[in-house]
Design a protein around this ligand. Structure first.
Ligand SMILES: Cc1cc2nc3c(=O)[nH]c(=O)nc-3n(C[C@H](O)[C@H](O)[C@H](O)COP(=O)(O)OP(=O)(O)OC[C@H]3O[C@@H](n4cnc5c(N)ncnc54)[C@H](O)[C@@H]3O)c2cc1C
Length: 297
């Protein structure tokens, strides 16, 4: 199939792009890496009147650490996340999740902001960003606002962005202390969307008990979800195989995952239990006393 006719705007500044968004709203559809939008257009699933091409706008592809925050521009390509040591050093779970996404072409063109705005419930980046308690920056001609990752994903492919807004940045708090992480995914082939993915961060206190935990899952609901019940079960407990198994059993029992052509619900529930058990073990193993940041060995 061919995409419907559309106009193509190539703003050279963020201000120009936001002015076009203010004028055309939902009719001006942002084009970032095009790895989801262009296939959707070719299949007739997306029919934008105007493509608002973000690729000529400078200043949206940054990766920088300011104090205890890692900031990533919306137009940052997956490949840049993999190449830039800053992400691996300050937020290794993000660098650890990216290789699960797609293939060489997708990694070269796809963007962090595109993945978040697209909000596929089986995508890796939204799941990790949710587990990291990140803040997303939405900009419009009227200014910018912060949206907590917990409030950003609203339904299948639906976010809290207004029609006149662009996602411009994501800010991730850099975790310190006795912390560890794990990203686990099962997909039919390497680079396919997750059948289930799990993103886990843990913090241990001086006695080795869980002080805090953050658990998110992809592909088990309409959006990536936080498993706050599981997080609560861990806090105050010393790590053990039994605790991980019972926490994973309880989490899987509460899930109501979808059945589709890729996997039935029961299989997703089984994967959720297995991957969560693994993730809790790996994250805890990484949370060594010498770690000054998540994942430091
Ligand atoms: C073969 C193949 C395999 C893939 N496998 C995976 C996979 O395993 N895991 C995975 O997560 N993804 C996968 N993808 C999708 C890929 O990750 C996309 O890159 C991503 O979903 C969208 O990023 P993008 O930059 O390409 O955005 P685009 O395709 O350009 O845009 C996607 C959507 O987001 C909107 N948008 C983009 N940027 C902004 C912004 N700054 N502000 C507001 N709205 C914006 C667009 O208007 C559009 O609606 C795959 C894609 C292909 C083609």
């Amino acid at each position: 199939m061919k995409a419907r006719a559309f106009t193509h705007a190539q703003p050279r500044t963020l201000e120009q792009a936001l002015a076009l968004k203010a004028e055309h709203g939902a009719d001006a559809v942002p084009l970032a890496g095009g790895q989801s939008l262009v296939p959707a257009m070719n299949l007739g699933l997306a029919r934008p009147a105007m493509l608002l091409d973000l690729n000529r706008i400078p200043g949206l592809g940054h990766i920088r650490v300011t104090g205890d925050t890692l900031s990533i521009g919306a137009l940052t390509r997956y490949r840049a996340v993999l190449k830039d040591r800053t992400v691996d050093e300050s937020c290794p779970i993000l660098a650890g999740a990216v290789p699960h996404i797609g293939h060489t072409q997708v990694l070269s063109r796809g963007t962090i902001g595109g993945s978040l705005a697209h909000a596929d419930p089986a995508a890796e980046i939204p799941c990790v960003i949710l587990s990291l308690d990140a803040t997303l920056i939405a900009s419009s001609a009227r200014g910018s606002r912060e949206i907590a990752a917990r409030d950003f994903f609203q339904d299948y492919y639906a976010t809290a962005l207004e029609p006149t807004e662009l996602l411009t940045e994501v800010r991730v708090p850099i975790a310190t202390g006795r912390t560890g992480w794990s990203f686990q995914e099962f997909a039919h082939r390497r680079g396919d969307y997750a059948i289930v993915a799990v993103s886990v961060l843990v913090w241990l206190d001086a006695s080795g008990r869980y002080e805090r935990a953050s658990v998110a899952m992809a592909a088990v609901d309409a959006t990536p979800i936080r498993l706050t019940g599981t997080e609560g079960l861990l806090v105050g407990q010393p790590p053990s195989d039994e605790l991980w198994a019972s926490a994973a059993d309880a989490a899987a029992a509460r899930l109501d995952p979808p059945s589709d052509s890729r996997a039935p619900a029961a299989y997703r529930r089984h994967l959720a239990r297995v991957l969560l058990t693994r993730a809790l073990g790996e994250a805890t193993a990484r949370a060594t006393p010498s770690a000054g940041r998540i994942g430091a060995a």
